[in-house]
Design a protein around this ligand. Sequence first.
Ligand SMILES: [Zn+2]
Length: 296
Amino acid sequence: MYYQKTLRQGIECTGIGLHSGKQVTLRLLPALPDTGIVFRRMDQDGFEVSASASGVQRLDFATTIGVGDVQIKTVEHLLGAFYGMGVDNAVVELDASEVPIMDGSAAPFVYLIREAGLLSQNRSRRYLRVVRPLEVQEQDRWIKVLPSEDLRVTYTIAFDHPLIHQQTLTIPINEGTFEDQIAPARTFGFMRDVEALRVRGLALGGSVDNAVVLGDSKALNNDLRFVNEFVRHKILDVLGDLSLSGYFIKGHVLVHKGGHRLHAEMAKLLKASLAVNEIESSEEGWSAPQLAHPLA
Ligand SMILES: [Zn+2]
């Protein structure tokens, strides 16, 4: 039986926002069962924003959620860490509008989660079991979720760059694979895009300390953490974005040349698919009967 989990105690760190360049203090706190992940803007009287697909506001180079004009930017790596480490419920306090980028990966967040410790809660976790395939397509880019006993991801990226070309990786997602194979993979960007991003007020905090920065033929960083670090990072991104569906998913996620917008569209579709897919509680077995011809 799988119980919901939260943090055993609060933990804090500071860092800077990748896009804003501003310093921010981040506190991760325990939360009650069925809370989900809730962000709290301490510089806005503790205004709360739940991590949910319905709150997605912007999806260019990072995922921003919000309510009205109170936003939480670049949530995907922290959400990916919660998802990959099996944290159902937590409160995230911030004193600025952007989650700190740390080293550009989810490894520092995994470290914080490990330091805080995990606490099983007296409530069973509910899974969304995909029994009818779902797909979102935009020209040659697409994301699908197919039936599978467990969560696994197959991701393909293609960039016209000598360090990347095409990379495909399939990986089952559990705490062990997430922590070792996915969490350490850093975000990446192209030197040629930096000026254009900065004119738009993006990537102001970006550097080789928090991203793999790609010049025309090589990375400006000394070393990659994996030869295919790029596709591994995209798997982190899709896990963080799909967590906005509000469910742990039992399904095989396949993505071809995806990005935050496609990922978020699938999170919305998953959330809206409850009539055709099953909610499975580890305590009760599945509870929602499958309709005979739900999409006919
Ligand atoms: Zn990312």
